[in-house]
Design a protein around this ligand. Structure first.
Ligand code: IPE
Ligand code: IPE
Ligand code: MG
Length: 265
């Protein structure tokens, strides 16, 4: 049963995003500011993620996708990469029982084949164990890169066409969407990036085409319930037009598009 008691008043429960994507950035800076090793920032960042999942559960947001490690993050010093991969493995082991208890379903996207076998085993185990949970679907992007994802789909479709199993005319946006790693989820309504950077860093480029973007200077380990609440309030103030003239007056299918009025400047 969902608890809404902790939801502050001004949020409209009926207009919450159904899928939130997050670029959890700023762990290193958080640690450096405190004279700590970067690893300390990553450990603290994991705590912030746990709280975000709790918020999604409390407020009834069914899907959350977080960027944990990009295809470009292999360029970091080996010690940091090794630390991160070990941290993921340890977290999955430690948190599984709580995820089970709170109804979190865990999935992963990215090129998992390049990850250490022990981590992959833990990922598979937690995915299988939480498969039927229904409160929050948490997808963790590990060794994920959107360009690699789209390139892989193009290769796969080209092969099918070459073998005569697919007519190129059948390659539609819908078909491509169905081939994405994130296919079981609706595309994100809201993207949050912390730490003040205003870029996507190769995250869900196709899926975020119509997401509302929210950038905050807060460093990821400091991103708490109040910060998430603020992001949701900002989301609810947006006018999501999807190319139409007004979001509040959706065009009836088949009705002509109102003539564009030339702007008086
Ligand atoms: C995000 O924090 C975590 C990962 C990319 C794994 P960073 O490690 O990028 O932190 P900054 O950007 O260096 O502060
Ligand atoms: C994006 O953060 C990747 C993750 C949060 C996992 P980065 O810190 O790697 O991105 P850039 O390098 O600043 O673009
Ligand atoms: Mg960063």
């Amino acid at each position: 049963m969902l608890r809404f008691s902790s939801l502050p008043a001004p949020l409209d429960l009926h207009c919450l995003p159904q899928h939130v994507a997050v670029i959890m950035d700023g762990n290193g800076r958080w640690a450096t500011e405190r004279g700590l090793p970067r690893a300390a920032g990553h450990r603290q960042g994991a705590k912030a993620l746990k709280e975000l999942v709790r918020c999604c559960k409390d407020w009834g947001i069914p899907a959350l996708t977080v960027y944990a490690f990009s295809t470009e993050n292999w360029r970091r010093p080996t010690e940091e990469v090794d630390f991160l991969l070990l941290l993921f493995e340890r977290l999955l082991r430690q948190e599984l029982a709580e995820m089970q208890q709170s109804g979190v379903k865990l999935s992963f996207v990215g090129d998992l084949s390049a990850l250490p076998p022990a981590l992959r085993q833990e990922m598979q185990r937690s995915h299988n164990a939480t498969l039927h949970n229904q409160q929050v679907h948490l997808t963790v992007a590990i060794n994920y890169g959107s360009r690699a994802e789209i390139t892989q789909i193009c290769r796969q479709l080209a092969e099918q066409a070459q073998q005569g199993r697919l007519n190129p005319a059948e390659i539609t946006e819908e078909l491509l969407s169905e081939c994405l790693n994130t296919t079981s989820l609706p595309h994100p309504d809201l993207l949050i990036r912390t730490s003040g950077e205003m870029r996507l860093s190769n995250f869900l480029l196709w899926q975020l085409a119509y997401a509302e973007l929210y950038f905050t200077r807060i460093l990821w380990p400091d991103f708490d319930r109040a910060a998430f609440y603020e992001a949701l309030v900002s989301y609810q103030r947006r006018d999501r037009r999807f190319g139409q003239v007004s979001a509040s007056q959706p065009r009836v299918a088949g009705q002509p598009i109102p003539a564009l009025v030339s702007a008086d400047r």
